[in-house]
Design a protein around this ligand. Structure first.
Ligand SMILES: Cc1cc2nc3c(=O)[nH]c(=O)nc-3n(C[C@H](O)[C@H](O)[C@H](O)COP(=O)(O)OP(=O)(O)OC[C@H]3O[C@@H](n4cnc5c(N)ncnc54)[C@H](O)[C@@H]3O)c2cc1C
Length: 541
């Protein structure tokens, strides 16, 4: 173990979200002294397991591990540090109000057979589309584990990056280019209408592909989720992997913290960084709420870009056009979370009596694309939709260690609620949102309202206040084309470096974006290490 408290650290990480912890572990692995500072009393950011009633633990924010990078799992030996995931099977399951529950089985042949009960034509098309999507996702995959290309044709580096990108697409056909462009810019709704005849089939795809994003399914740019969800994830690098984490999502960040500590990372919780001090254009130190200053040769911020640059760095240290671009990052919601402890298992109408506990875990309540589109329209004008889209995971069915015998945990993601309400505020509307979620669930699982023992409602405002997410945005910035790749967080600053020398962004607001992936953390650490090896920071501070 390396020395605990130091007068100067090689690297200070602001925030112990999963990306901050990932970056810390990689930097320590390379021999740097690393300090992580977290404002909450626990590590994990929005990848945590928390007790919401005595003995009842919930993945309060993120709840399914679908994109955690296999490289991070293997290189940081997360399995040895206690990480265990079991595949969600079905990966998605949609109950309809006619009593038909449609599971999307992880095994493709089994899924095809299930879908053939809805439409034989759609089931055949499903296989073709799945092949096409997986192939296109494989073209994008390598870009996720490296800084995005520098699109600057006035420099040699820019040209060599463009050449490198071009080589990645060697062999791509005209048709595939057209498909790729339409996935990046087109709407999910139009793609589904073009490919499938059955509303139920379209709803299955809808159920997983616009989470956390702005825009109803017919908004241009929403088809991109289809490719994002087919990037490989999990220990075995499976495309389209969905996993339940044993012990809840917090087991991921506990494993990352344990891996980091083993490598010498020092982690302090309940310490809020109020300022990142810059002198002569270079990051020097962080100042805590109580005025303590801690010096670092480099500083990596795991906080979102708005929090980092508009709250922690003095405006005079940043170029005006950069600040203007940061202020323009689209965030504002659009989701919430409601967590329940139940006295009995939810009984979703239509579930097969022979379904195993794991098969009774995942239920997405969204009846159609039109419903989703209307829901977004209402939310975008600042209102809480009366009819909500709710994704329910009965996590105690996948992991009975989360609650004592006889109690059940259900965690519910709510898609499309506004951050800014047209009337009133979230403190007065919090329980209304909770009630509407219960009302929606009751349409599908009538025993739920009478079984509630505890309920925790996290509005976009709560996500901001408690988890430090500016405007409640779960991805540190909406995942839309103009905020991705070389434009994330803003054009010109997508390679983890910032206008302040020695200050890096290592969270979801950096490329490749949100979700529990570990990719921004790993990529940022590697970029910082490349600069470190050039000797840039040795004499700093
Ligand atoms: C409700 C919800 C549901 C989600 N569902 C899923 C899901 O099922 N699957 C999935 O893959 N992704 C999901 N996500 C998205 C995913 O969880 C996030 O995109 C990802 O965890 C972000 O990780 P991060 O490490 O970049 O940032 P964060 O987890 O946001 O970590 C940033 C850390 O910085 C700390 N911090 C902030 N300010 C300061 C300060 N001044 N000083 C010190 N520390 C500070 C914060 O407390 C926090 O710990 C969900 C997110 C939410 C909120």
């Amino acid at each position: 173990m390396r020395n605990a408290s130091k007068s100067i650290y090689d690297a200070i990480i602001v925030g112990a979200g999963h990306n901050g912890l990932t970056a810390a572990a990689y930097l320590a692995r390379a021999g740097l002294s690393v300090l992580v500072l977290e404002r909450r009393e626990i590590v994990g950011g929005c990848c945590v397991t928390e007790e919401i009633a005595p003995g009842c633990r919930v993945s309060t924010t993120s709840y399914i591990a679908s994109m955690l990078r296999p490289e991070v799992i293997a290189e940081l030996q997360l399995a040895q540090h206690g990480l265990r995931m079991i595949p969600c099977d079905p990966a998605i399951q949609v109950p309809f109000l006619d009593g038909h529950v449609v599971p999307w089985w992880a095994d493709r042949e089994k899924a095809k057979k299930e879908f053939a009960r809805i439409s034989v034509r759609d089931a055949n098309r499903f296989v073709e589309v799945d092949d096409q999507l997986k192939k296109l996702a494989r073209y994008l995959q390598p870009f996720f584990m490296e800084p995005p290309p520098e699109i600057d044709t006035s420099s040699l580096k820019g040209w060599s990056d463009l050449f490198r990108v071009g080589k990645r697409f060697r062999g791509i056909s005209n048709t595939e280019i057209a498909q790729l462009v339409s996935f990046l810019t087109g709407s999910l709704g139009e793609f589904l209408d073009h490919n499938y005849e059955s509303e139920k089939m379209k709803t299955m795809f809808l159920a997983n592909n616009v989470y956390g994003k702005h825009g109803g399914p017919y908004q241009p740019g929403t088809a991109i989720g289809l490719l994002f969800h087919l990037l490989s994830g999990g220990e075995h690098e499976l495309q389209g992997f969905y996993g339940h984490v044993i012990g809840g999502m917090g087991s991921i960040t506990q494993a990352l913290a344990a891996a980091g500590k083993r490598l010498g990372v020092e982690i302090r919780t309940s310490v809020q960084v109020s300022q990142i001090e810059v002198r002569g254009g270079r990051a020097q130190s962080v100042v805590l709420d109580d005025g303590t200053e801690i010096r670092g040769r480099m500083i990596l911020s795991n906080c979102d870009p708005k929090r980092t640059f508009l709250k922690m760095v003095a405006a005079r240290e940043l170029p005006e056009d950069f600040l203007f671009a940061v202020r323009g990052i689209k965030m504002d919601g659009p989701c919430a979370k409601v967590n329940f402890v139940l006295a009995e298992e939810p009984r979703f109408t239509g579930t097969s009596p022979s379904a195993t506990a794991l098969e009774r875990t995942f239920y997405t309540l969204v009846p159609s694309l039109e419903f989703a589109e209307r829901c977004y329209d209402i939310a975008k004008f600042g209102e809480i939709p009366e009819e909500l889209w709710v994704d329910c995971v009965v996590s105690s069915n996948a992991d009975d260690s989360l609650a004592p015998a006889g109690k059940h945990i259900m965690t519910c993601f709510v898609q499309y609620v506004p951050y800014k309400l047209r009337e009133g505020d979230w403190d007065e509307k919090r329980e209304l949102l909770g009630d509407r979620v219960v009302q929606k669930i009751a349409e599908y699982a009538p025993n739920v309202p009478g079984a509630i023992v505890a309920r925790q409602v996290l509005t976009p405002l709560d996500l901001e206040r408690t988890y430090g997410l500016t405007e409640g945005n779960i991805f540190h910035g909406d995942l839309r084309l103009e905020q991705l790749f070389f434009m994330r967080p803003v054009a010109g600053w997508a390679r983890y470096r910032t206008p302040v020398k020695g200050l890096y962004l290592c969270g979801a607001g950096a490329h490749p974006g949100g979700g529990v992936t570990g990719a921004p953390g790993r990529n940022a650490a590697r970029q910082a290490l490349r600069d470190w090896k050039k000797g840039t920071f040795k004499q700093a501070a």
